[in-house]
Design a protein around this ligand. Structure first.
Ligand code: DGL
Length: 271
């Protein structure tokens, strides 16, 4: 049993899709979330910059005494080296392996789509792991760089409008490839799931990487004996690198019933 908090981070608000699931399935755990709202997006940046940012995000959460680290960001998960993760003082997980596991379970035809930020798709992380787990898979991988700004600017539920138009254009190759499973390989994208679902139709299984990673984290915590042992009463605290004004309203959209908790601004470049 370990009562220290779980540390979760993302370039912005997208990682809250993982926090929402963590709060739902681990209601007795304390969570510390860092959203790098002052430096978002990560997904359009170079590998070196993403790594520098990820190391600072991790250093900050470690300074808060977390017992477990989750990169609730497809871009960081695709970039942060496994050797470096293995050398951290607490267990670390990204979202890629959990999302791939979800897709492997879901697909019936082996035709799988992956969408993500430019850096995620460029890294080939999802495709490599899918090919390893499903050697006969037919994979279609696409970057959708406008999806994150749409979500961050509140256009996620704009079905008939700009989000719908952008999604229809991006997803055309996915429709052509006739996939039965689509990994939403960036933690912002599940907010666009209703828009995406309208385009793919109901028969395509959409994989939510944050939610999958949260379930994998629960398993890992229990297996490692790191769970708090509490069934209720967990709390959430939020840290951001830009002005926290407006964070609570935007976060409520991501967190739904699990919204609430103090927010504080930090200077992430000092970590
Ligand atoms: N949430 C990030 C991810 O999953 C995307 C946002 C960004 O580009 O920083 O990749």
């Amino acid at each position: 049993m370990d009562k220290r908090p779980i540390g979760v981070f993302d370039s912005g608000l997208g990682g809250l899709t993982a926090v929402r699931e963590l709060r739902r399935i681990l209601p007795g755990e304390d969570i510390i979330y860092f959203g790098d709202t002052g430096r978002i997006p990560y997904g359009t940046r170079s590998r070196e910059t993403i790594l520098r940012y990820a190391r600072q995000d991790i250093a900050f959460l470690l300074s808060k005494g977390v017992k477990y680290l989750m990169a609730a960001c497809g871009t960081v998960s695709s970039t942060y080296p496994a050797e470096e993760a293995a050398a951290l003082p607490v267990p670390y997980t990204g979202v890629v392996s959990a999302a791939v596991e979800g897709a492997v379970q879901a697909t019936r035809t082996g035709k799988v789509g992956v969408i993500g930020t430019s850096a995620t798709i460029r890294s080939g992380s999802y495709v490599r792991l899918l090919e390893e787990k499903l050697p006969d898979a037919r994979i279609t991988a696409l970057a959708c760089p406008l999806f994150v700004p749409l979500v961050e600017n509140g256009f996620a539920d704009d079905h008939g409008g700009v989000a719908g138009i952008v999604a229809r254009q991006y997803l055309e190759p996915i429709l052509q490839a006739d996939v039965d499973t689509l990994i939403l390989g960036c933690t912002h994208y599940p907010l666009l799931a209703p828009v995406i679902r309208k385009i793919t139709g109901p028969d395509v299984t959409l994989i939510d990487p944050g939610a999958q990673a949260a379930r994998a984290a629960r398993k890992a915590l229990l297996a490692l004996g790191l769970d708090s042992g509490r069934e209720t009463g967990g709390s959430a605290r939020y840290y951001v690198s830009d002005d926290p004004e407006g964070f609570s309203d935007s976060a409520a959209f991501f967190l739904g019933d699990y919204a609430g908790g103090p927010v504080e601004q930090i200077r992430i470049e000092t970590y």
